[in-house]
Design a protein around this ligand. Structure first.
Ligand code: AMP
Ligand code: MG
Length: 399
């Protein structure tokens, strides 16, 4: 048996970062920038009003209240085409271009109408009041985001504000997902005796999509060498990485093993972890292939432990692993010494002080997927007898 860390080390060494690409902003959410992102122009690019009100010469308002002549209107969207001379004001909206001559804005709440085309300014304004200066937010040539920044909605907004149409990022990985097993039925058809539905494929495709990558459905292959070969070769031609489930343990019909040994350069591991002990990892050509175990909980845990960090590295993320935090066990979490790390499916809930408390989310067999689905964390029980109620245990947060 090898440790989780040893397996991860070998895997990460075989999963280099993908080549950068320029992507339209709309396709770059969650991607990591490949170079510095530089502002193409100032934001704001012109002096404008931060308030609805009146653009004035500050000096004119020194003896407020004062009444000024209103010589025009500056709405947002176009220059007003008038200047503010001595004793004059221009009605201005938020975002409106500051007219020449004006050096301050008085908010409308500090003014009152005074006869035709006149306004009374009730408070003295200082130069620059309620004016947004050019370049106050961003300056042309400024580095907006360092390489390695994960682009969220806010980042995409900033890029749009400087007129960027595309951004250079590590593209999302295309990840092929293949289920294997003679017993599998895809979809809703009736089950004959001995058949089960393929739950791993929808689950793994969803895990890929949730992480922001591009799931590629490679379908379900029976325990048949040529069908599995064809599906994996299709995946290698089209994907950056491939995930299979089933057929990697020591059963008689585990043909994934036969195929990958023939066309790939594989490791066949027993990892000192429960669930998710059997794991195949290697490359076919340059494409990383993760041969996950068939039991659904093992498949999902194996994805979390091994495939997700590797795919995060391929997609340029600096942080590969999910956070591990301490939690209080609200019930005993028992186990037997067996040389393995045990991952217990738990529900973690913060108390009023922000401390996490955990309880088992249900049956812990590796075929009991519901308890995995209901869990929001995996408790890490090191080799030993487990933990008593009230004891502290580390958990990996899944959400
Ligand atoms: P295997 O790893 O092929 O020996 O399969 C281990 C267990 O997982 C068996 O009970 C399989 O029926 C089950 N299994 C394999 N693939 C899937 C799948 N795609 N969906 C649900 N269960 C599966
Ligand atoms: Mg099988």
């Amino acid at each position: 048996m090898i440790s989780v860390e040893q397996a991860r080390q070998v895997i990460l060494a075989a999963c280099p970062t993908l080549r950068p690409r320029w992507l339209p902003l709309g396709a770059a959410l969650g991607c990591v920038t490949a170079g510095p992102v530089v502002a193409g122009h100032d934001v704001p690019s012109f002096a404008n009003s931060a308030m609805d009100g009146f653009a004035v010469r500050a000096a004119d308002t020194a003896g407020a209240p004062v009444t000024l002549r209103v010589v025009g209107t500056a709405a947002a969207g176009a220059p007003p085409g008038v200047e503010v001379g001595p004793g004059e004001a221009v009605r201005i909206m938020t975002g409106g271009v500051l007219p020449a001559g004006a050096d301050a804005v008085v908010m409308v709440e500090r003014t009152s109408a005074a006869g035709n085309d006149e306004v009374t300014i009730e408070v003295a304004a200082g130069p620059g009041d309620h004016i947004r200066r050019p370049g106050e937010d961003l300056q042309a040539g400024q580095v907006l985001f360092e390489p390695g920044t994960e682009l969220g909605p806010g980042h995409l907004g900033v890029l749009a504000s400087v007129g960027a149409e595309t951004v250079e990022v590590i593209p999302p990985a295309r990840v092929g997902v293949l289920s294997t097993g003679d017993e599998l039925v895809a979809g809703v058809g009736a089950l004959r005796p001995g058949q089960i539905r393929d739950s791993n494929r929808p689950m793994l495709l969803a895990l890929v999509a949730q992480a922001g990558w591009l799931p590629v459905d490679l379908g379900t292959a029976p325990d048949d060498e040529s069908a599995i070969t064809a599906a994996i070769e299709r995946g290698v031609a089209d994907c950056d990485a491939i995930i299979t489930s089933g057929g990697v343990s020591v059963g008689d019909f585990d043909f994934v093993k036969t195929v990958l040994d023939r066309i790939g350069d594989m490791h066949w591991w027993q990892v000192a972890v429960r669930p998710a002990k059997p794991l195949a990892f290697g490359t076919v050509g340059c494409t990383p292939v993760f041969g996950l175990p068939g039991n659904p909980v093992s498949s999902m845990v194996s994805f979390e432990l091994f495939a997700r960090p590797a795919l995060r590295q391929m997609t340029g993320h600096g942080t590969l692993f999910r956070p591990e935090v301490p939690a209080v066990a609200d019930e005993p979490l028992r186990r037997h010494p067996d040389g393995k790390l045990h991952l217990v499916r738990v529900v973690a809930t913060p108390d009023a002080d922000g401390r996490l408390h955990i309880r088992s989310s249900g049956g812990q067999g590796s075929h009991l997927l519901r308890a995995m689905a209901l869990a929001n964390a995996l408790a890490l029980l090191p080799d030993g007898d487990g933990v008593d109620a009230g004891g502290t245990v580390k958990v990996v947060l899944l959400t």
